[in-house]
Design a protein. Structure first.
Length: 227
């Protein structure tokens, strides 16, 4: 008669991945990487954008630059993953650059009177809320949260809307359809962005619990690890 093996109660080795927790790779690509360079270049375009609006009075050029910056938002992250250049600096620099780009663009366009104050404030409030949530989860040791499709759709809508608001600001007849497109994309994008912010609450709580449980499992103890 076959004898069943007793369950393996050995403590998991330090560094093993707990079930249900998505841990980032431990390899650090360093500071001087191509993705970080791309992010820095995007940041350096911010003062150029501000100068184009208020200094050179080149509204069309500023709108095109903003559209390019929005369209290339995914490039640095893709390069980092594709060529294994993910770095600790990049994980902080990339989302920081995204928040600075959005914040600067929205404020500049509000001051330029190309978008109503209320619309810009609601956009900034959503960005601030999500940014604070991300920082809080990171500080508390949360596991990684997958981006929701509704959030991606909302961001895409806003990335289209704000350059269109800027390009459509004026009295020329050709700007009327651009303003209409901006309002359609902006209204849909902002609605989806807030829906995504609410939808992240559940996954955020689960990721925080998974992250804490992961730290407990990694040290091989049944005692709770202080947050």
């Amino acid at each position: 008669m076959a004898v069943s093996k007793p369950p393996d109660r050995r403590i998991a080795p330090v560094g093993s991945t707990p079930p249900g927790v998505q841990l980032e790779g431990t390899a650090d690509g360093g500071i001087l990487t191509v993705p970080n360079l791309i992010t820095v270049v995007r940041l350096l375009c911010l003062p150029v954008f501000v100068w184009l609006v208020f200094g050179a009075k080149e509204q069309t050029a500023a709108a095109i630059l903003l559209a390019v910056l929005g369209a290339t938002d995914w490039v640095d992250g893709y390069v980092a993953r594709r060529f294994h250049q993910v770095s600790t600096v990049g994980k902080v620099l990339d989302p920081t650059a995204d928040r600075l780009l959005v914040g600067t663009a929205v404020i500049v366009i509000i001051v330029h009177s190309a978008v109503p104050l209320w619309f810009g404030v609601v956009t900034l409030a959503r960005e601030a809320l999500v940014g604070l949530m991300v920082l809080a989860l990171a500080a508390l040791g949360s596991a990684r949260i997958d981006v929701l499709w509704v959030g991606k759709a909302g961001t895409f809508g806003l990335m289209f809307a704000y350059p269109a608001f800027l390009l459509g600001h004026g009295a020329a007849s050709w700007q009327d359809p651009i303003r209409i497109c901006a309002w359609v994309a902006g209204g849909v994008g902002l609605t989806l962005a807030w829906i995504a912010a609410a939808a992240y609450v559940g996954p955020a709580r689960a990721a925080l619990a998974a992250g804490r449980q992961g730290r407990v499992d990694l040290v091989g103890t049944d005692h709770e690890v202080p947050a």
